[in-house]
Design a protein around this ligand. Structure first.
Ligand code: ATP
Ligand code: MG
Length: 297
């Protein structure tokens, strides 16, 4: 059974001038326990909106969302809040940390709704999770005293502290350098597999996307699967971004030097030759290996 399933999901809003903006169109997506899915797409393509629907923070205008086979539409608000609190860990794009509260308080917050031992041990568990994201020495700092990347790691610790069944990460490495981003993604993977959780990652970074087992791109609200290991995957992924912004980053950080000279390398499509070269080297159907990530540094 799917953990979360979207069927024919659409989302639109009515703008102040009475025009209708279709943000998501007819989306079908099923996420199972242990799944790791990456979603890429241009700014404004609807990625965060989609994540909010998967996490039951928002309701679709059309179509239906099921969580463990139960239609979310029919759940009462109290039940829905409890279900979400217990099962979904969000890493929000804007972090959404509580201002004026310490990192420890922020990370322990989701455990404030737990019961028994999880509740009583919440500070110890939160401190251990902050240690795992490399912030063991900053547990008493408030978000105002932390850098963007440090706040991002606090947000990740908070999303993981309750060992959710579904981890939804919106640009989890957006504020991090390549090395810290790599270790944070490893932690997300590790915690997801420890608990057989599903991980859905929205990202602009192809290294991060390459860690997932399944890949989708969102274009103008339409979700399409693509194979990141296919020879033309670089072009496909680049098409989902603002290419001007992405190309230099790919040229510098994605392409392994040896693959550029590989005479057997697949023909490289125009637009993102470096990405095509490096991504076609990734083993099909496998997660990205450490080597792929190390190439970036
Ligand atoms: N409540 C809302 N009212 C009006 N427009 C909205 C609302 N929510 C989202 N939108 C619009 O829908 C589109 C998709 O927004 P969304 O935040 O999902 O994009 P995104 O793919 O996450 O972009 P980014 O990469 O910049 O974070 C945007 O044009 C946004 O302005
Ligand atoms: Mg977004």
């Amino acid at each position: 059974m799917s953990l979360v399933r979207l069927e024919g999901v659409a989302k639109h809003v009515i703008l102040p001038d009475d025009s209708r903006l279709d943000i998501l169109r007819d989306i079908d997506l099923a996420i199972a326990a242990g799944d790791h899915v990456a979603i890429v797409g241009r700014s404004g393509s609807g990625k965060s909106t989609l994540l909010n629907l998967m996490g039951m923070l928002d309701r679709p205008s059309d179509g239906a969302v099921w969580f463990r086979g139960e239609p979310v539409r029919k759940m009462r608000a109290g039940k829905l809040d409890k279900l979400r609190g217990r099962n979904v860990g969000f890493v929000f794009q804007q972090f959404n940390l509580l201002a004026g509260r310490t990192a420890l308080e922020n990370v322990a917050m989701p455990l404030g709704y737990a019961s028994g031992r999880a509740f009583w041990n919440r500070n110890r568990t939160a401190a251990a999770m902050l240690e795992r994201v490399g912030l063991g020495h900053r547990i008493e700092s408030t978000p105002e005293q932390l850098s963007g990347g440090e706040q991002q790691r606090v947000a990740i610790a908070r999303a993981l502290v309750r060992r959710p069944a579904l981890i939804l990460a919106d640009e989890p490495t957006g504020a991090l350098d390549v090395e810290t981003g790599g270790s944070v993604m490893e932690l997300l993977d590790e915690i997801a597999s420890e608990a057989e959780a599903a991980l859905v990652t929205i990202t602009h970074d192809l290294h991060v996307a390459a860690r997932a087992r399944r890949h989708y791109r969102l274009e103008a609200g339409v979700l399409t699967p693509f194979d990141l290991t296919a020879p033309d995957a670089g072009a496909a992924a680049a098409a989902a971004y603002d290419r001007v912004e992405l190309a230099p980053e790919l040229a510098e950080s994605v392409a392994p030097a040896e693959s550029m000279e590989d005479p057997d390398a697949a023909p490289q499509p125009d637009g993102a030759p470096e990405a095509a070269a490096s991504l076609s080297d990734a083993p099909a159907g496998d997660r990205a290996t450490e080597d792929t990530v190390e190439v970036a540094s």
